[in-house]
Design a binder for this molecule. Structure first.
Ligand SMILES: O[C@@H]1[C@@H](O)[C@H](O[C@@H]2CO[C@@H](O[C@@H]3CO[C@@H](O)[C@H](O)[C@H]3O)[C@H](O)[C@H]2O)OC[C@H]1O
Length: 349
């Protein structure tokens, strides 16, 4: 009723909404929220924030209700020298999300990559490395206390066959580096949701089973773990089916945690053919539909929203074109509309 009165008053005053303004109430995030999810979001990075057209798209809440810093919160960025913390890049993205009314996924505290050399080459013994680990987590989580919806506490602890990954943390401390990390994060911010995050765990298999065992391990230590992040870096045409993704999500949920799709992109050989783009639209839709169908899948994040800033071509030679916006920031209608439809009806009122 209020909306009708407001519309009548605005119309009487000669103010009518353009198609663009009407559209701004609908979008990828608006549909996710209408479907009962917390957000549809995008990763971003500091270098891209000087591109005003990019920032305008990223800041559109109707499409993106959550931001994830792609690099700014990693160890080499935050603690480049021992016990010297540098929050400027992280704060820039945290402040942008707050200004836009967007939630924040904080990524990531403990990962084998993007570590400073003082840490990897320090030759620290078990006790000293545990002190360093706790100090890093306590300092960073305290700095962002109250700002993050989720923290990816530990990222990618397993090899492809599901065995523990060789890393400075595992090699020195053993598997208990994981519960130690979660305990330090929980102590620094008791309200933030704490996640384990990995790739190739979106389907049943050895790596997913090992991740389920990790959830049990953290709980056996009496330590809080709230969620598992399914990165979902997929290849066009070989993404897991919707039902495979759903049953895998459910296996985690049955252990008492929630799940989120945290880094979705679907790469193809470049230049992309029209049949690849059509298949990508179907593949995006099946992941969205899986998350929609599983109540405790809380949201979906794409790993940046435009091919202009995708990490894929720099890592997978000859591949790319993995995101719903192209290199000119132009929306790929078939993919965008497939995601909209998979979330379901537009919000009303
Ligand atoms: O030169 C480096 C550059 O290599 C670095 O690239 C980032 C690498 O990490 C990417 O995110 C990861 C994607 O895979 C998942 O497995 C991880 O969870 C993510 O963190 C990120 O998108 C790239 O930009 O960036 C910093 C440069 O100095």
């Amino acid at each position: 009723m209020l909306a009708i009165v407001a519309t009548l008053l605005l119309t009487a005053a000669g103010v009518t909404s353009s198609p663009l303004e009407r559209r701004a109430t609908d979008g990828l995030n608006a549909r996710a929220v209408a479907a009962g999810k917390l957000y549809f979001g995008s990763a971003t990075d500091n270098g891209e924030l000087s591109d005003s057209a990019y920032v305008a798209g990223l800041s559109n809440w109707a499409d993106f209700g959550q931001l994830t810093p792609g690099n700014a919160l990693k160890w080499d960025s935050i603690e480049p020298s021992r016990d010297s913390f540098s929050y400027a890049n992280g704060d820039t993205i945290v402040d942008l999300a707050a200004k836009n009314g967007q939630k924040l996924r904080c990524h990531t505290l403990v990962w084998h990559n993007q570590l400073p050399s003082w840490l990897t080459s320090g030759g620290f013994d078990n006790a000293t490395l545990i002190t360093i680990l706790k100090n890093h987590i306590t300092n960073e989580v305290t700095h962002y206390k109250g700002k993050c919806l989720h923290w990816d506490v530990v990222n990618e602890a397993f090899e492809e066959d599901g065995t523990w990954r060789s890393s400075v943390f595992y090699n020195t401390i053993g598997p208990s580096f994981v519960p130690i990390a979660f305990a330090a994060a929980a102590a620094a911010d008791p309200d933030v949701k704490l996640y384990y995050n990995d790739y190739n765990i979106e389907n049943a298999g050895g790596k997913s089973t090992s991740t389920q065992n990790l959830v049990k391990l953290v709980k056996q230590y009496g330590v809080k773990i709230d969620g598992v992040g399914l990165q979902s870096h997929f290849i066009v045409g070989s993404t897991p089916s919707q039902s495979a993704q759903q049953s895998n999500m459910q296996a985690f949920i049955d252990l008492g945690v929630e799940v989120a799709v945290t880094e979705l992109d679907i790469r193809t050989d470049t230049p992309a053919t029209s049949s690849a783009v059509n298949q990508q639209a179907k593949d995006y839709a099946s992941t969205i539909a899986a998350c929609k169908a599983v109540a405790k899948c809380v949201g979906v994040t794409i790993w940046d929203y435009t091919d202009k800033y995708s990490w894929i071509p720099s890592v997978f030679s000859g591949q790319g074109s993995a995101l719903p916006w192209d290199e000119n920031l132009k929306k790929k209608d078939s993919i965008y509309n497939a995601i909209l439809s998979a979330w379901g009806p537009a919000p009303t009122g």
